[in-house]
Design a protein around this ligand. Structure first.
Ligand code: ZN
Length: 357
């Protein structure tokens, strides 16, 4: 809420037309250039993660219990920086740029709330862009043509009767066997993962990542299961598999809702952006990811369902200085030099796309 108010103040001060309270605490800022042209959308998420920060920095969260473990504070700062940069260049703009500052990404509720509130109807856009912090070195930006982030599914499984606890543990082992990919545990694992990301039709062309644990060890015994699935067309098959495993264990499985969609970036727009980004000062390398990153989801997926566009990975790591850039790790740390890279890259890209027919 306080973040949304700060963002709105900065956007107003820069001269944008600002709309607050969009789908909750969402903020929209609009810049119209003097000449007609396309409308582009840029989305930044601005929520934190429950917990406390371990990384000591000048920009650590000051709020107990709210930690910037996914780098959304950088996303917010970059979004404001891009808006301020384009506002200074307003006289040269042909068209419109709509900045969407979105809350509640982590709970997968924020994008849906803003879209349900009509943000895409009131501000229709030809293309939509966003970026996310990633454990790549500062200066590296990755484009994800045809790739992105997996779909997500979750269920609860209840075991009752004698031996329920043992049966549940066996069930969790079976769920673990559905996984075709596991989180990297060493620098070598991570290097192999980065290589696989860049390999078309390689080991990550299709994958299942599974996490599960006992949420309740009493009567009933309850297991929580989360799956990340790529491509998302495999969700139905995996639900069937989970139902089978539960039936074999005499357990009852409940899916609280439909699977959450995968985020799939436009091949054409990602490749066009990659070509452009190679010439941006401060961008040392543009990596092309040909496969999805298996361990996270993203509700920007819902924007990309409505508007073609792309998300980029922004390197925020400095391994030599112990800055890991691993989002959602308890000791997540980001190098703030990445903010400057992100602002130059995204402001430049939006200007470039306004001129693209
Ligand atoms: Zn995030």
């Amino acid at each position: 809420m306080r973040t949304a108010a700060l963002v709105a103040d900065r956007l107003r001060a820069a001269g944008l037309a600002v709309h607050t309270g969009v789908g909750g605490h969402g903020v929209v800022g609009v810049i119209d250039g003097p000449d007609p042209g396309p409308a582009l959308l840029y989305r930044a998420d601005m929520d934190a993660v429950a917990g406390d920060e371990r990384y000591v920095s000048g920009f650590a969260s000051q709020v107990p219990g709210a930690a910037h473990l996914c780098g959304h504070d950088l996303h917010t700062a970059i979004g404001v920086g891009v808006a301020e940069t384009l506002a200074r260049l307003r006289d040269r703009l042909a068209g419109r740029v709509v900045f969407v500052f979105q809350p509640a990404e982590e709970t997968l509720e924020g994008a849906r709330a803003m879209i349900d509130d009509g943000v895409l109807d009131r501000y229709p856009a030809r293309e939509a862009y966003a970026l996310h912090c990633a454990p790549l070195p500062v200066g590296v930006v990755a484009a994800l043509p045809g790739a992105g982030l997996p779909g997500q599914d979750t269920c609860q499984v209840e075991f009752t009767g004698p031996g329920a606890a043992g049966t549940a543990r066996q069930f969790l082992d079976r769920v673990g066997e559905l996984a075709t990919v596991t989180k990297p545990r060493s620098a070598d694992d991570f290097a192999a993962l980065v290589a696989a990301l860049q390999t078309p039709d390689g080991p990550l062309a299709g994958f299942v990542f599974a996490e599960s644990h006992l949420a309740q060890d009493g009567d009933p015994v309850v297991a929580d299961v989360w799956l990340r699935v790529w491509p998302e067309s495999r969700h139905a098959e995996l639900r069937d598999r989970l139902r089978q495993l539960a039936a074999q264990a005499g357990a009852v499985v409940t899916f609280p809702g439909p699977p959450f969609p995968a985020m799939v970036c436009s091949t054409e727009l990602s490749e066009a952006a990659a070509t452009y980004l190679r010439d941006v000062p401060g961008v040392a390398e543009v990596m092309t990811a040909r496969a999805a990153w298996p361990f996270n989801g993203e509700d920007f997926a819902l924007f990309l369902h409505r508007v073609p566009g792309a998300m980029f990975w922004l390197g925020v790591a400095d391994p030599g200085a112990g800055v890991n850039g691993i989002t959602h790790a308890p000791d997540f740390a980001a190098d703030e030099r990445a903010i400057g890279v992100g602002v130059r890259a995204m402001a430049g890209l939006l200007l470039h796309r306004l001129r693209a027919a």
